[in-house]
Design a protein around this ligand. Structure first.
Ligand code: SF4
Ligand code: SF4
Length: 373
């Protein structure tokens, strides 16, 4: 367990599935060098197949006795999908006359599977009881990481200063036990360098007091970032004070540090005549319980009560938090905290506080880690 723990809260009532977070992450970290198929941040439609395919059935994590469970390593081609490109070069010479449609902008290989293949499909019968919602997913920077426990090389470490979980790429030998051990399948194999790689919680940004790119760019303003022990932080208030933000599949035993405000705002169901069934629940609470545990019932009640209170009295700190007026409130990151570590060790204030990730031969050329004089 680390001395302090950074956490992220995501309000699922506000996610619009725009994938801006996904693109922010991909362009920053995973658009080349064997990482093309990886989505350190992905947003999947629930119910749905997920990414990688059926990740919830692939094992890993811990049983009730604390023993690491066996897991399956997904197949890159079949379970994640190989990214395809488009024939942009052909556009310059494309003949736009009728009957020639097939020659235009085409995938360069036949797409067979990919993230969000079943986006927005959901389940149920339209319009009476169909539903879906989005679940954005990053590495949970778990307190008890399955990936770390599974690694025989001690290549995965959890930073003491903030609980960020990273891979020391020089130690990693590409055995992939970590991928089997992570029940969220949020660590990926890079076939180009034969190493495992994962979300780094944008630690070079965090150390400068900036939120991760996915959170900064989020169009729905669904993401809050801060230290769990900081009582003034909105993550602390949503997780500990109001208890409306819950971890995903905490039954996996890894103690995740990404929390979700469950979706409560779906419309009621319709009967055969198209009339509203008062009091009906379009998103089944059993499904939410399976995802977020039994505490989801209390969380939903608190959310509904506070919404009602706000409507009646105009007052509710919780509703104000969830409206997310200001980035400065949503992201409570303390760069002075990190600078103290830098000063203690006599390092530049711009240098990463822990060099195990950034000094490896596979990462030191990344410009984000270069300290300019
Ligand atoms: S989500 Fe998976 S990869 Fe991330 S810390 Fe937890 S076990 Fe490791
Ligand atoms: S940017 Fe925000 S609203 Fe858009 S998909 Fe990502 S988490 Fe959801």
């Amino acid at each position: 367990m680390s001395k302090r723990q950074l956490a992220m809260v995501m309000d699922l009532n506000k996610c619009i599935g725009c994938q801006t977070c996904t693109v922010a992450c991909k362009t920053q970290w995973t658009n080349r060098n064997g990482r093309e198929y990886m989505y350190w941040n992905n947003v999947e439609t629930y119910p749905g197949t997920g990414y990688p395919k059926k990740w919830m059935d692939l094992g890993g994590g811990f049983d009730a006795a604390g023993d690491l469970q066996e897991g399956i390593i997904p197949n890159i081609e079949a379970d994640y999908g190989v990214p395809w490109d488009y024939s942009y070069d052909s556009l310059a010479t494309f003949d736009y006359t009728a009957g020639n449609e097939k020659a235009g902008l085409r995938p360069t290989s036949e797409p067979t599977w990919g993230p969000n293949w079943d986006e927005d499909e959901g389940t149920g019968n339209f319009p009476s009881d169909n539903y879906f919602f989005y679940i954005p997913r990053i590495c949970n920077h778990c307190t008890n990481p399955g990936c770390l426990s599974a690694c025989p090389r001690d290549a995965i470490f959890k930073r003491d200063q903030d609980g960020v979980v990273l891979v020391d790429l020089d130690r990693c030998q590409g055995y992939r036990y970590c991928i089997a051990g992570c029940p969220y399948k949020k660590i990926y194999f890079n076939p180009k360098i034969s190493k495992s790689e994962k979300c780094i919680l944008c630690f070079p940004r965090i150390e400068q007091g900036l939120p991760p790119a996915c959170a900064q760019q989020c169009v729905g303003r669904i993401r809050f970032v801060g230290f769990l022990d900081d009582e003034e932080s909105q993550v602390h208030k949503l997780v500990h004070k109001y208890k409306v933000a819950l971890p995903l599949r905490s039954d996996y035993g890894t103690q995740p540090n990404v929390y979700y405000v469950p979706p409560t705002e779906a419309p009621a169901k319709f009967d055969a005549e198209g009339k509203v069934i008062e009091g009906s629940q379009r998103v089944p609470t059993e499904e939410l319980e399976a995802l977020f545990g039994k505490d989801v019932h209390t969380a939903i009640k608190i959310l509904k009560d506070e919404k009602e209170k706000r409507a009646k009295t105009g007052e509710s700190e919780l509703m104000d938090l969830l409206i997310a007026y200001h980035h400065s409130d949503m992201f409570r990151l303390d760069n002075n905290y990190y600078q103290e570590f830098a000063k203690e060790s006599g390092k530049s204030l711009l240098a990463p506080i822990d060099e195990r990730y950034s000094s490896g031969k596979n990462t030191k050329e990344i410009t984000h880690f270069k300290v300019h004089a």
